[in-house]
Each structure stands twice: as C-alpha cells, then as structure tokens.
Design a protein around this ligand. Structure first.
Ligand SMILES: [Fe+2]
Ligand SMILES: [Fe+2]
Length: 472
C-alpha cells in the first residue's frame, strides 16, 4: 500500500489521490525490478547501514539506520521553493517560472526527464554484481548507498512523469523499468550506461566521472524554468555529491595503497606481483570512463541543445555566474577537425551549449585528478595521472569516426587498433582485476590488499563498524 509513512515525501502525497494511484501501480513493479536487477545476493538476509532522506532539511537528510535493501524507504523530495523565482535564461528570461508543463514544450521536457531517469536504474543494473567482490564492508555499504539513491533518483523522475505528463508519463515510467543495461533488444538510452561495471576500479572511476556527468546534467536541469524539475534536481544534487565522494576517495585509497606497495617492492618492481593495482592500469580506466562520460554531454554543435536553452528548459551549470543569460548573438570558438588537422571556427553560442557544459565538466574532473596527484607527490612518486585529450576515444560528436591518442595526436584506425590497449583497459587487465577481487572481504575493519582504509567511517562511526550485517 502507498502511504506517506512508507514513502517519505514533501509533495503532499497523502492528499494527492492521483499520484497515489499512479504509484500504487508502479511501485510493485519497481520493487520487482529492484529484486531482479538490483544488488545480487544482498536482498533478503542482509541489513545495510544506510542514510535515508526523510526530509529536505539537513537533519532529516542525514537519517541513518540498518535496513534490508528491498525495504529501503525510497522517497520523493523537492528542494524548498525559491519565492518569486524567475526564468534565468533563454527567450523567456525574467518571466515567472512554470508550475505546469507548457503544451509546446511537453515533448522536449518529457525527453529530458526520461533521458535523465533512464540513467538512474541503469547504473544500479551495471553495479549489481559488485557486492560479491567488495574490498570491505565499508565499501559494500557505500556501494549500496549509491544504489538506493540512484533508485530514489528514478523515483524523482517518475514523480515528475506521473504528476505532469498524464498517460504518456505513466507509460514512460513503466518503460524505465523495462529497458535494461547492456540488453541487446532493449538497452538503456545512453551508451556509457550499457557498459558492464564488474570490478571496483571501474566502479570508482564510474562514480568519479560518470556520476559527475550526472552532476553536470542535474546542475543544468536545476536551472530549468519548469520549477518542479528544478527543485527535484536540486535535491538530487545533494545526494550526487556523495556518489562522487565514493569515487574520488575510492581511487585515492587505491593510489595510497599502490604507493605503499611500490615502496615495499623497492619502487622498480611491478606492484601486480604483490597484489596491487599499478598506475598504468589506473590511468587506462581513467581514460575509459572519462571519455565515455564526455560522450554523455552530447554532440559539440547541437540544435537540440540550442532549443533547450532558448526555451528555458535546460541551462548552463551555474547559470547565474554568466553575464549574458539570453545569449542571442554570442559565439563560441570551437575546434573542428578537418582534413586531418584542427581548425578553430566560431559557432553560435546557443548551438554550443553542450560544449559549454562539457567545459565545466572537464574543469571539475581536472580538479579531482589534481587532488589524486597530490597523493603521488606526497609519496615521492614521479608518476602522475592525467585526463586524456577530449578527442580521445570519442563515439559521439565530431571526433567520433576519427582516432586520436590520449595527447590528441591523430592516428590511423589501424594504428589506434594496434595500440589501444596501451591506453584503454585490455582483457588481461580486467582478468587481473577480477583475480585480486575474487574473494570479497566481509570482515569488519578488514580491507582488500589493493586498497587503503578510509580516513574515517560513516556517520562518525569507527572504520571497523559492521556496516553490513547478516541476519541470523
Ligand atoms: Fe543519480
Ligand atoms: Fe549518482
């Protein structure tokens, strides 16, 4: 049964009969999906120490308890309204924001919401086997925290579909549970969400780079003129921050441990011999997930992006830091690739909005990589991690169909194929990673050999707290 107690919310669910009815129909399918496609092997006999959002204020937001995953209370939350909020960009700049969906933008808005919504369950599906290879109970708990929140993000998008898009919205909500990551016939909409994530190096890189694309997208949607979309995504951003924390600190802890092992091995030895993850392997996974996540921002020149901006549906990250919010006759200097060499050309700024968001994203990623390099520096290592050139390994946009090395130097297809495993994870790398992760670590306070313990535990609890416990 649908009740406000089981579904924490600040959208007046208890007095909204229409939403209750829609959810009554959808929620059992969601739970079935979670059981079938969510964390495998951790549905019935485990209790996980997770955070549940029970309200949007800081206290309600940080409510921790042990729960069995299928009993998690997925809720519906909108960030507090901004009084007299005005449209912040595009052709309707300065007008009052919308509380209903304008008919002329209904299809575009639905498409934006469905595309965002589709990524949420997709990531849960991609990560469903990781629990069986976890490096510690602390990490296992973080994985499940990310998973339940991605589930909640799906709820957030379904809330919008159910509340503002009538019959079509209800159909779309069902389809969000029907597409499946990596499925040949019914794949998820975006390519990065069809790639398997079967080891923890991939998981941490995914939460670092692909969840950060989520942050880009949510930031631009939180600028939307459709106020419920803006408020929903604003609250999602608070959760997204934790996902990136999991990714960034996960890699930081691997680097920490790799440095220790390198020292033990007398610097020159291959750390794989003593069960560590070598820096070149880390770099290859960084290359992979960064380039896939660049693709998620869409084509460089995009009339869709221009129209989303003009209509006030999707803005830029931190729109209020720009001077010009209408952007009618501004230009963006874009690097094209023509006849084998780069050529800079002016593009109407509105058509370059994907690239503008990608610029913000690349900057945010670079700051994270700089923090990782501090660890290498502190250990006296000369190795450094770096972001590959944005032309490298692209499958969407104007660089797709061309081949570049991580420095952005053009290559022939043959040369790229011959050398690609110098830059991207090779089957032997994946085999190695699976071999060191074959035995999960379920003992409180213990960590797999390839990763250092975190600095502190969750919610001020000790590192050796039993973050996931097995029911007797
Ligand atoms: Fe999400
Ligand atoms: Fe996320």
């Amino acid at each position: 049964m649908i009740s406000a107690e089981k579904i924490p919310n600040n959208v007046n669910l208890s007095s909204n009969k229409r939403l209750q009815r829609a959810l009554e129909h959808w929620q059992p399918k969601y739970i079935q999906w979670w059981r079938d496609m969510g964390p495998q092997g951790f549905q019935d006999y485990h209790q996980v120490y997770v955070r549940t959002a029970i309200s949007v204020d800081p206290e309600g937001w940080a409510h921790f308890e042990y729960v069995k995953l299928p009993e998690y209370r997925w809720g519906i939350f909108l960030a507090d309204p901004t009084p007299d909020r005005r449209i912040g960009f595009g052709d309707f700049f300065g007008q009052p924001v919308w509380h209903e969906v304008p008919g002329e933008f209904r299809n575009q808005l639905r498409r934006l919401i469905v595309t965002q919504g589709d990524t949420e369950p997709a990531s849960v599906e991609q990560q469903r086997l990781l629990g069986q290879r976890c490096p510690s109970l602390y990490d296992l708990r973080n994985l499940f925290q990310v998973n339940v929140e991605e589930g909640r993000h799906l709820w957030a998008m379904v809330y919008l579909l159910h509340s503002y898009f009538g019959r079509d919205g209800r159909d779309e909500a069902e389809e969000l549970l029907e597409r499946q990551s990596g499925n040949r016939d019914k794949p998820r909409i975006l390519e990065a969400f069809n790639e398997p994530i079967d080891n923890w190096l991939d998981f941490f890189m995914f939460t670092m780079f692909t969840d950060r694309d989520g942050k880009s997208q949510l930031m631009s949607l939180s600028e939307s003129s459709l106020d419920p979309l803006s408020r929903t995504t604003r609250f999602m951003l608070t959760e997204e921050a934790h996902h990136m924390f999991v990714g960034e600190t996960g890699i930081a802890r691997i680097l920490e441990r790799t440095c220790e092992l390198m020292k033990q091995a007398g610097y020159s030895e291959d750390v794989r011999k003593i069960g560590g993850i070598d820096i070149p392997t880390i770099q290859k996974h960084l290359n992979q997930w960064f380039s896939l996540s660049l693709d998620l921002h869409g084509g460089e020149v995009s009339s869709n992006a221009a129209s989303y901006f003009a209509n006030g549906l999707k803005g830029r990250a931190k729109e209020d830091t720009f001077d010009d919010h209408v952007v009618r006759d501004a230009y963006y200097n874009m690097e094209f690739f023509e006849e084998g060499r780069p050529v800079t050309k002016e593009v109407l700024m509105r058509n370059a909005m994907n690239e503008v968001l990608r610029d913000w994203y690349v900057g945010d990623c670079a700051a994270g990589v700089a923090r990782w390099n501090k660890i290498l520096e502190r250990h006296g290592m000369s190795d450094r991690l770096r972001l590959p050139d944005r032309k490298f390994n692209r499958h969407i946009g104007m660089y797709s169909g061309f081949y570049f090395d991580p420095n952005g130097v053009p290559l022939s297809k043959e040369e790229f194929e011959k050398r690609k495993f110098e830059w991207l994870p090779a089957p032997t790398d994946s085999e190695y990673l699976l071999s060191i992760m074959a035995e999960p670590v379920y003992e409180p306070g213990k960590f797999a050999n390839y990763i250092a313990p975190p600095r502190r535990g969750i919610n001020q609890l000790p590192i050796n707290f039993e973050y996931v416990r097995t029911e007797q």
